[in-house]
Every structure is written in structure tokens, then in C-alpha cells.
Design a protein around this ligand. Structure first.
Ligand SMILES: *Cc1c(COP(=O)(O)O)cnc(C)c1O
Length: 512
């Protein structure tokens, strides 16, 4: 039996009705609303209905009739059991469980923009009619709607029409804002690193192609991370490293697993590469329950600390994940690891399935340089190189190779600047507590916090009025929270002062 989703007709991409940032990028697909909020680099755009919600493919309407669940194509077995226990047995028996066991398929929609009257919803031409139908039902989030002109553009390939691009974070121009919305480092990069720009050898280096394998840079990274040079892969930002990792390791019959609230680029890459995924719900306190990640999987990926929660998963738990999937890659995205967490890099020699991914964008204050890297055993690194050399031989320019190596060598700079960020984070968290915020414990350079005295969205808007930009997610589970990047002490004092005013204003419950 195949469950039919109501409302599968494509709705054209429409601005998200209640999203406040005024950014485009919201699209609706059937009854499953898919939102790429004006996201920033590290946000949970993937929202699921939480534990015990209905199986995906069986939308649970919100007040406005839209299903907010996005992501869980098929529930993970652990979740299925929980759901069954909670009375959703019928829903699961109807579709998810059966399909999952009988016919794991990779959803690859084609012909989305075909001009032959099949526009907009036909899955792959291969396979039986019933399988095609089931594929449709497996993956409501894949039926991305596009603007009408996109669909009729004769120059666009069907695959292009199928893409669901990531929308990067707001980088306001002109207006001077205190920018606490994209987790950039508030301090200038290492002087030692900046000095490489004046290197007299640079013009000659720029005249030639860069070293395609970034050998010197990899050697420097290896030294500073305590691994071998053949255990390092570099990419044009960790987003590119992630892309290659998805392509190299996760395109399999089983679904990839990542948390319901996490970095919003993960589902984008899944869509790009036709990877199915399941999104086990974080616990109510936003911690990961590793037991949810048992069962067949193409692999696991999660940021640690997680974004946008800031929560860290202890290394013992990472080890449990690695042990659950000895024949699959477990990728740990350590974009924020330098702000106090313990890196999984120490586990690399013991786990052939561990890939650690890092970036210079946050802790090294080099988001503009675009440099990220992966650490793992040589066989994984070789896999990433195969993909990279099938895509772009020269992803890291000469400037980035030299400047990046110098930045990584400047450990004193890293110690000092991340120490300052951590101190400021501690102070801000305490003050937010005093201002009656619930603050999620963070090991990152941001905090996720819920104002108890006023709606988060209203606080977001009021801060914006005062020229302070933080991140608000109009999404289930975190819609009453703000994600606040840790800036300089002056910036944070301005934020806290503004919050005091906002929360003390007549009409808010702070005046009760
Ligand atoms: C910022 C971020 C990235 C991307 O970093 P870049 O190196 O700038 O591409 C990847 N993953 C997470 C979780 C992030 O927060």
C-alpha cells in the first residue's frame, strides 16, 4: 500500500509568509514547506516535528495547514519504534517502515522541467510505476517547487531545475549594524598570516598555477593537528570539503543520518547528489541521542559542537557512533571545535571510518579566505582527492595556501582570540540568565537563547531596529530562540544594553 500525500501539486516558490528577514529563498513544495531561510552558514534550517511526531510522508498540519517537517524522508528505526509506542503505528505501517525495508531507493527526480507535459513531478524514468509512485511519497522534500519561469526555461536542464540552493547568510551592505548573525570571528586575523600578503615571492607564485595538492599547507595542518600529511585534505572552505565528502561517501542505498536541527547545507548537498536522509530528532534539551543513529545508514554527519544549538557531544559518544557504523563514514563537522571542545582528531588512528572536517572561517577569522580541511585515514583522504580531481584541480589559490598555513602556524593568536571569545561567551550567558533568558550551554562562538519575557521574533525585530543583527529562526522547536554570535566585549555590551531596554519597555511582561 502506498500512502498518498495530500497536496502534492507544486506550489510555486513564494516568500515564506512569516519569515521576518525579508529574504527570498523560501519555497513551498506540496504540503511540505521547505525553507531556506536567509540562512547563514551554520544554521538549522532543517526542522522536524520533534520526537514522536508522525512519520514523514504523512504530513502533520500546522495551524496554517503546512507541514513543517522537512528532512526525515523515512524515519529511522529507532524513531519508528518510538512512534509506534506513541500511537503512530498505523502511519508507520502505512508507508515508511515497509518502504524502508523492502525497497531502499535513492530518490532522483528527473524531468522536473521537461517540456513534454510531464512537468514538475516525474521521478526517474527507470523503474516500475509503483516504485515511481513510492519514490514520490518517500521524499516530499525533494519536490522542490521553482518559480514558473524556471520551470519553462528551455535552457535549464532537468537537474538544474531540481536544485534547491543554499541561501547564505545576510551580509548587510551600507547600513552599519552590529553583526551577530553569522558567527564570524570578531577579531582581525593573525598578523603573522596577514604578513604573507607582502611576501616578495607572491607575484611569481600568482603568475603560476598553485600547487594542486597544497602540499605545504597540508604538511602544516598535519603538524598542528597531530596527524600525518597524507591524512589531510584541503578545500575551498569546509563547505567544499563537505560537498566532496557527501559525493565520495554518502551516495548509497541507505539514508544518510543527521540531526533534525543542524547545519542547513546538509540537505542541500543531499538534494544535489540524490542522497536520501533521515533526521533523528534531538532531545528536548538539544542533545544528540546516539541510539537514534543505529540501523542501516549511508553514514552519519553532524557538527560538533552542533549548530545552531552550540551543544557538544562528548568524544565517548562520537566513538559510539563510529562503532555503530564501522563500514560507513561518520563525519564530524568541527567548524566550532576551537571554542572549547575536544576534537575527534585524536581518534583518527583508531577509526578508519572517521572523517573530521574543520574550517578557518570561524576560529581563525578567515571566512573570506575560504579554507577548510578534512582529517582522516589516508584511504578516506584519497577518496576525497579522487572527487576533487574530478571537479577542480586547483581549489586553493596561492594566496590561501600561504596565508592559511601561516594562520594555522600562529597558535598563540588562536589561543588568545578563542580565549577572549570563550570569556565573552561565559559573561554573556550569565547576563542573559539574569535577563530571564534560557541559555543553551554552548561550546561554540554563539549562544542559542530563549527570552522568557517576550517572543523571540519580537526581540529580534526590536534589536534590528537598534542596529543589532542576531539570528532568528522561524522554525519548529527553535522559533522561540535567538542565536547570538559572540562579538567583541563592546559589541556584546551594546547587545545586552539593548536587550535590557527592550525587555523593560512598557507592554512587555518584564514589567509585570
Ligand atoms: C560555518 C560552517 C561551515 C562552513 O564553513 P566554511 O569553511 O566557511 O565553508 C560548515 N559547517 C558548519 C557547521 C558551519 O557552521
Amino acid at each position: 500500500m502506498v500512502q498518498h500525500l495530500p497536496g502534492l501539486q507544486l506550489r510555486h516558490g513564494q516568500p515564506g509568509g512569516n519569515h521576518q528577514c525579508g529574504h527570498p529563498g523560501h519555497t513551498a513544495a506540496g504540503d511540505a514547506v521547505v525553507r531556506y531561510l536567509p540562512g547563514d552558514e551554520y544554521n538549522a534550517e532543517v526542522a522536524a516535528g520533534g520526537r514522536g511526531g508522525p512519520a514523514v510522508g504523512l504530513p502533520r498540519p500546522d495551524a496554517d495547514g503546512a507541514d513543517r517537517r522537512y528532512g526525515s524522508v523515512r524515519r529511522h528505526p529507532a524513531d519508528q519504534h518510538r512512534d509506534q509506542a506513541q500511537g503512530h503505528a498505523a502511519a508507520l505501517a502505512g508507508a515508511t517502515g515497509r518502504i524502508r525495508r523492502q525497497e531502499p531507493v535513492t530518490v532522483r527526480y528527473r524531468d522536473r522541467a521537461g517540456g513534454d507535459g510531464h512537468r514538475g513531478r516525474e521521478p526517474s524514468r527507470t523503474g516500475s510505476k509503483s516504485r515511481q509512485r513510492r519514490r514520490q511519497h518517500l521524499s516530499p522534500h525533494c519536490r522542490q517547487s521553482r518559480g514558473g519561469s524556471d520551470l519553462t526555461n528551455p535552457f535549464w536542464s532537468p537537474a538544474l531545475a531540481d536544485l534547491q540552493p543554499y541561501v547564505p547568510g545576510e551580509q548587510p551592505r551600507g547600513r552599519k549594524l552590529i553583526k551577530l548573525n553569522t558567527n564570524e570571528n570578531p577579531y582581525p586575523p593573525s598578523q603573522h598570516a596577514m604578513a604573507t600578503l607582502a611576501d616578495p615571492a607572491l607575484p611569481e607564485a600568482l603568475r603560476r598555477y598553485p600547487d594542486p595538492e597544497s602540499v605545504d599547507l597540508c604538511a602544516t595542518i598535519a603538524t598542528h593537528c597531530g596527524v600525518q600529511p597524507e591524512q589531510v585534505f584541503v578545500g575551498n572552505g569546509s563547505d567544499e570539503v563537505l560537498a566532496h565528502a557527501f559525493y565520495s561517501f554518502f551516495r548509497r542505498e541507505e539514508p544518510l543520518l543527521f540531526p533534525d536541527i543542524t547545519y542547513s547545507f546538509y540537505p542541500v548537498y543531499c538534494n544535489l547528489y540524490g542522497i536520501e536522509y533521515c533526521t533523528p530528532a534531538l532531545r528536548d534539551d538539544f542533545t544528540v541521542d546516539v541510539d537514534d543513529y543505529a540501523g542501516p545508514a549511508a553514514g552519519v554527519i553532524l557538527p560538533n559542537p552542533n549548530a545552531p544549538t552550540g551543544r557538544i557531544l562528548p568524544l565517548e559518544e562520537i566513538e559510539r557512533l563510529l562503532q555503530l557504523h564501522p563500514a560507513r563514514v561518520v563525519a564530524v563537522d568541527e567548524a566550532y571545535i576551537d571554542f572549547g571542545g575536544d576534537s575527534a582528531a585524536t581518534l583518527i588512528d583508531r577509526y578508519p571510518n572517521l572523517l573530521v572536517i574543520r574550517t578557518l572561517s570561524k576560529s581563525h577569522a578567515l571566512a573570506g579566505l575560504r579554507l577548510g580541511y578534512a582529517l582522516g585515514q589516508a584511504h578516506l583522504i584519497e577518496g576525497l582527492q579522487r572527487t576533487k580531481n574530478s571537479f577542480n584541480s586547483y581549489p586553493i589559490d596561492s594566496v590561501a595556501q600561504h596565508l592559511g598555513a601561516a594562520a594555522i602556524s600562529d597558535e598563540a593568536w588562536l589561543q588568545e582570540s578563542s580565549g577572549k571569545v570563550i570569556d565573552t561567551r561565559t559573561r554573556v550567558a550569565e547576563t542573559l540568565h539574569e535577563l530571564d533568558f534560557e541559555v543553551v550551554p554552548s561550546m561554540a562562538n554563539f549562544v542559542l537563547a530563549r527570552p522568557r519575557g517576550m517572543g523571540a521574533e519580537a526581540v529580534y525585530g526590536a534589536l534590528r531596529e537598534k542596529g543589532i543583527l542576531v539570528r532568528y529562526f522561524n522554525k519548529p522547536r527553535i522559533s522561540e530562540y535567538l542565536r547570538i554570535s559572540i562579538g567583541t566585549d563592546e559589541e556584546m555590551d551594546a547587545l545586552l544594553g539593548a536587550l535590557r531596554e527592550i525587555l523593560a519597555a512598557p507592554g512587555t511582561s518584564q514589567n509585570r
